[in-house]
Structures are given as C-alpha cells and as structure tokens.
Design a protein around this ligand. Structure first.
Ligand code: DGY
Length: 330
C-alpha cells in the first residue's frame, strides 16, 4: 500500500524521524533556516500530514493550498500561535502539540535567566574577557537579592507552576496572575493569586508564562512598566509579542525597571540593529528555553505520535482542537 505523504518543515531529532519513516513518505526541509511562506504554500500541496515548527505560519491560505488531502497538523512545540486553529477546525483537521515534556527544561531556563540577570553574570563574563578585571571591588557589579524576594508569575499553567515550585528553595513570596484561580495548588506551591496590577506593583521578579493570544498581545506595555518597582527584573520565556518591544526599550533605557532577560522577542529573531541590543541591562538568548537533549527528543516523539495518529484517522494523543472529533448534528 502507498504510504501517506508528509512534509516536515525542519530536521527534528532523529528519534522522531525514525518513528515516522516506516509509515509515511517523508519530505524533509533540510535547510537551517525555515521555509519561506511561498515555499510552504508550494510544499503543502497534496500532502496528508504536516509536521511544522513555531517558525512556520500555517494559515487559511496554506490550508487552502494543501487541499482536502491534509488530515493532520502536528506542531513541534507546546505553543501554537503560528497556526490558525479555527481555520484548521473549520476543515476538521486536528492539530497536535507537545505539552508537558518541556515544562522542566523551560522552568529551569527561566531560573537561569532570572539568576543571571539578578546577579549580572553575563556582564561579569564580558568584563573579564575584555581584560577589565584588575581587582576585587566592594561596590562592583552589585546585583539584586533573590532569596526572600517576591516573584510575580504571569500565567500559571504547567510552566508557571514549575517556576513557582523552584522558588520555594529561595523562600520567595510568590504571586501569580492567571485568568483562572488555581486554589488547590496555592498551598502546595506557596503561591497566592493576585490581580495583574498587584503582581506588577509588588514583584521584584516578573516572569511571563502565558500563551500568546489576542488578549495577551502586548500585555506588558508602558502602562504596565509604569506600575513596576524600579528594581524589577522582567523575564520572558513565553512569546515575544506578549511584551511591547518599544515600551520595553523605554523602560530599560530610562531605568524605569532594573533589567530584563528575554528568550523570546518581537520580531523573532531580533534584528541585529535593534536598539534593545545596545542596552547593558538586557540579557537575551535565542529561544532556547526548551533546548535540552531530553525535552527536544521527547518533543520529536510526541510530534511523531500526533502525526501518525492523525494519518491513521485516530484521535491525536495531544490535540489542541478536540472539537474536530465532535459529530455534527444531522
Ligand atoms: C514551545 O514549545 O512553544 C517553545 O516555545 C519552544 O519549545
């Protein structure tokens, strides 16, 4: 029997490809850079399965170009703001993602950024390499205390909760804002719910863990920076567009807040001439919070499992639009 045709928009860890290859004819985009939108429109024609990344825009036009053969979209990520889910649902195409397996890696990395920004680790490294280290100095490169400070978490899903769990070791006061109250977890994690404004006003560290949606687009802008403490440090490992980059530049360059640490930016990648990159109080990494060997391998396995289930006409193990399985009333 002829194998179904799938397009994989970038080389994923081999384990995922090994799971897929016995059951599907793979067309693999081997470039280091993502396919352009025009290439996506061309490549999806007539495929039965699509395994895509957060760098690929999958919208109505792409789904039209794919045509009625497309049976499943499998996203190699937990976030899926690059995919027009309602357009997929309207065509009864299930969309899969990879929740859970990158929670610890992302929470660990959030802490790496928080600690590096608080204690100015990167500045120290740069200083030594530039030959500036002449002696020990009593007031040199002072940073913020972490122990017993207040951590504000915006978005209290799996990753936000894992970040809160780690804060217990630092005896921090943890405030969280989320559209949903998580009463059962509050005691276990030592976290208290607070309205967004209160979190922004009271936190020494503010860490973002909410998905990007129309409601969270530029959730942090001038008005929100105005509420923060002057010593506040903002950490974003979620999606760049949750923070307004121009407002962030204003807040950092005027020392309205002390520092920011970003793993995600708007746009992504950040242009090399972005004014943000001229700031000493910005620490930035290239969207690598989930980039541990274990989590990327598990992401590849989960993406493969979603893809194969969709090709077989079975319910995806992790489906973001399960309403596609509801029968329509006759
Ligand atoms: C995700 O999965 O959404 C991360 O941003 C990348 O791993």
């Amino acid at each position: 029997m002829k194998k179904p045709r799938v397009w994989i928009t970038r080389r994923i860890p081999q384990r995922g490809l090994d799971l897929i290859s016995p059951y599907a004819e793979i067309d693999l985009w081997e470039d280091e850079l993502p396919p352009s939108y025009d290439v996506i429109l061309e490549k999806v024609r007539g495929i039965e399965g699509l395994l895509c990344l957060l760098t690929d825009r999958i919208d109505d036009r792409v789904l039209d170009a794919a045509g009625s053969s497309l049976r499943v979209i499998s996203q190699f990520a937990v976030g899926y703001d690059n995919i027009d889910i309602s357009a997929a649902t309207a065509r009864k195409i299930p969309v899969g993602n990879t929740p859970g397996v990158l929670t610890d890696a992302t929470a660990d990395f959030t802490w790496a950024l928080l600690m590096a920004a608080a204690r100015r680790v990167i500045e120290g490294d740069r200083f030594v390499r530039s030959g500036g280290w002449k002696t020990w100095g009593p007031t040199f490169l002072l940073g913020a205390d972490i122990a017993r400070s207040t951590l504000g978490i915006i978005g209290f899903g799996r990753i936000g909760q894992a970040v809160a769990r780690r804060a217990r070791g630092f005896e921090m006061r943890v405030l969280y804002f989320d559209p949903q109250r998580h009463l059962a977890l509050e005691q276990e994690l030592g976290a208290s719910y607070a309205p967004l404004e209160d979190v922004l006003q009271e936190a020494d560290f503010i860490s973002i863990h909410t998905p990007l949606t129309p409601e969270t687009y530029h959730l942090i802008s001038d008005a929100q920076f105005a509420l923060m403490k002057s010593g506040a440090i903002l950490i974003n490992t979620a999606r760049g567009s949750i923070v307004d980059p121009q407002a962030l530049y204003r807040a950092l360059s005027t020392h309205r807040i002390a520092a920011a640490a970003l793993d995600v930016t708007e746009p992504e990648p950040i242009p090399p001439d972005s004014p943000l990159l001229s700031l000493e109080n910005l620490l930035i990494t290239p969207h690598i919070a989930s980039a541990s060997f274990h989590s990327r391998t598990r992401m590849a396995e989960m993406a493969a499992e979603n893809l194969l289930a969709g090709l077989r006409g079975e319910q995806l193990p992790n489906c973001v639009n399960p309403e596609v399985y509801q029968r329509t009333q006759e």
